[in-house]
Ligand binder design. Structure first.
Ligand code: UD1
Ligand code: UDP
Length: 378
C-alpha cells in the first residue's frame, strides 16, 4: 500500500530479455533521480547468468523488486504466463504508469495487462516497423503500440510510422535512443577491460557475429547456409561468434567452419568492447544495428528487412539478406572501402531524461479514458 500523502508517481518498469535490461537501466535511474517511486519487474523470460544477471551487475542495477520467473515456452505459453503472473501484481501495486520497452513477448504481455487494469502504459521504442509479419517482434511492436498511452519513439521514421497508422500527435514523443544512453555511459569501462587480449584478438583484426532470429537459426538449412557464408568470410577475416542460446546448440551440432570461433554469450561490457574493436559486425540483432552505428563500426544485417532504417540512412548499417554471395560481397566491400561514420540526432545519451520528462508531464492527465477501476472492485 502507498503511504497516505505520498505524492510521488508509482511507476513500474518491466524487463524480461537481454535487450530490455540495457534499455530499462537508464529509464529507472532517470525516474528515481526525480524522486519517483520506481518498481522494477523482471518477467524471467531470460534467466541464464549470461543472458540476465550479468546485465544487472554491469549496468549497476539493483535486483528486481519482483521476479515473475516465467522462463521459456512457446509464444502463447510465454506471453500467457507473463500476463497471468503480472496481472495480480498490477492489481496489488496499482501503479500510475507501466513502462515497457522494445518488442519481446514480455513487452506485449505486460502492456496488454496494464492497458486493461488501469495504469497508463508507456512504450519505449514505439513505432519501429520492419513490415515483416513473419517476425514475432513485428506483431509485438504493433500490438504494444496499439494499447499504449505514451508512444516514445527513438527516430523520426518511427514517428512517421505512428502518424501513418493514425495515432494522435499528443501520444507520440520523439525522445531518442535509450540504448545509446547505456552505451555512452559504459563505453569507457568496456574499453578498459582485457576482453580482446583475453581472446587473443587485435583491434580491427576480426569480425564479430551474432545471430538469433528464428528465421536464421531455427532451421538446419537456413543456418547451414549462413555458416557456410561465415566460413567464406573467415578466409579473409577471422570471426568471433558469441552464440545466443537459441543458436548455440545447433551451431555446435552443425559444426562451425574454420576461422569461425563460437564462444558463449558475452556480458554487456565485453560485448561493447568486442563491437568497438571489430572491423565489421555481422548480425541479425536489432540493438546491435544501433550500437554499431554509434560506435562507427560497419554493420551488415543478415536479414531481408530492418525496423531500424535510420541505421542505414544515417548510420553504418547495410541490410544484406542471407544469400552467401551477397554476404561475402558486402564484407569485401566494407574491407575495401569502410563506411562513413554518422550518428542520428537525439542518440546522445539523454533519451531517458526525455522519457522521464514526458512521463512526469503527462501522468495524472490520462490521454484517453481509462477503464473503470477494475482492480479496486475485486
Ligand atoms: C527473445 C525475443 C527477441 C529478442 C531476443 C533477445 C521474443 C519473441 N523474442 O528471443 O525479440 O531479440 O530475446 O535476446 O520475445 N534460452 C536459454 N536461456 C535463457 C533464455 C533463453 O537457454 O536465459 C533458450 C531457451 O531454449 C529458449 C530459447 O533460448 O526456448 C529462446 O528464448 P526466448 O526468450 O523464447 O526467445 P529469444 O530467441 O531469446
Ligand atoms: N549483447 C550482449 N552480449 C552478446 C550479444 C548482445 O551483451 O553476446 C547486447 C548488445 O550489446 C545489445 C543487446 O545485447 O545491448 C542486444 O540484444 P539482442 O541482440 O539479444 O536482442 P535484440 O536487440 O535483437 O532484440
Amino acid at each position: 500500500m502507498r503511504a497516505a500523502g505520498d505524492k510521488r508517481l508509482r511507476i513500474v518498469t518491466v524487463a524480461g530479455a537481454r535487450p530490455n535490461f540495457v534499455k530499462v537501466a537508464p529509464i529507472s535511474r532517470a525516474l528515481e533521480a526525480r524522486d519517483q517511486e520506481v518498481i522494477l519487474v523482471h518477467t524471467g523470460q531470460h534467466y541464464d547468468e549470461r543472458m540476465s544477471h550479468v546485465f544487472f551487475a554491469e549496468l549497476g542495477m539493483r535486483a528486481p523488486d519482483h521476479h515473475l520467473q516465467v522462463g521459456s515456452g512457446s509464444h502463447a505459453a510465454q506471453t500467457g504466463k507473463v500476463m497471468t503472473s503480472f496481472e495480480p501484481l498490477v492489481d496489488k501495486l496499482r501503479p500510475d504508469v507501466v513502462v515497457v520497452v522494445g518488442d519481446v513477448n514480455s513487452t506485449l504481455a505486460c502492456a496488454l495487462v496494464a492497458a486493461k487494469a488501469g495504469p497508463l502504459v508507456a512504450h519505449v521504442e514505439a513505432g519501429l516497423r520492419s513490415r515483416d509479419w513473419a517476425m514475432p517482434e513485428e506483431v509485438n511492436r504493433a500490438a504494444t503500440d496499439r494499447v499504449s498511452d505514451y508512444l516514445l519513439a527513438s527516430s523520426p521514421d518511427a514517428v512517421e510510422n505512428l502518424r501513418a497508422e493514425g495515432y494522435r500527435e499528443d501520444q507520440v514523443h520523439l525522445v531518442g535512443n535509450v540504448m545509446v544512453d547505456s552505451l555512452l555511459a559504459n563505453l569507457d569501462r568496456a574499453r578498459a577491460r582485457p576482453t580482446l587480449s583475453g581472446l587473443g584478438l587485435e583491434p580491427g583484426g576480426y569480425g564479430l557475429v551474432t545471430l538469433h532470429r528464428p528465421s536464421n537459426v531455427d532451421d538446419d538449412g537456413a543456418f547451414r547456409q549462413l555458416l557456410e557464408a561465415l566460413g567464406r568470410v573467415a578466409r579473409r577475416l577471422p570471426l568471433v561468434f558469441p552464440a545466443h542460446p537459441r543458436a548455440q546448440q545447433r551451431a555446435e551440432r552443425l559444426g562451425t567452419p574454420p576461422g569461425v570461433r563460437l564462444v558463449p554469450p558475452a556480458g554487456y561490457l565485453d560485448f561493447l568492447a568486442l563491437q568497438g574493436g571489430a572491423r565489421v559486425v555481422l548480425t541479425d540483432s536489432g540493438g546491435v544495428q544501433e550500437e554499431t552505428t554509434v560506435l562507427g563500426v560497419p554493420c551488415l544485417t543478415l536479414r531481408e528487412t530492418t525496423e531500424r532504417p535510420i541505421t542505414v540512412d544515417e548510420g553504418t548499417n547495410r541490410v544484406v539478406g542471407v544469400a552467401p554471395d551477397r554476404i561475402v560481397g558486402a564484407v569485401d566491400a566494407v574491407l575495401e572501402h569502410g563506411v562513413a561514420r554518422r550518428r542520428p540526432e537525439l542518440w546522445d545519451g539523454k533519451a531517458a531524461e526525455r522519457i522521464a520528462d514526458v512521463i512526469m508531464a503527462g501522468a495524472g492527465r490520462p490521454s484517453h479514458p481509462r477503464p473503470t477501476d477494475r482492480a479496486a472492485a475485486r
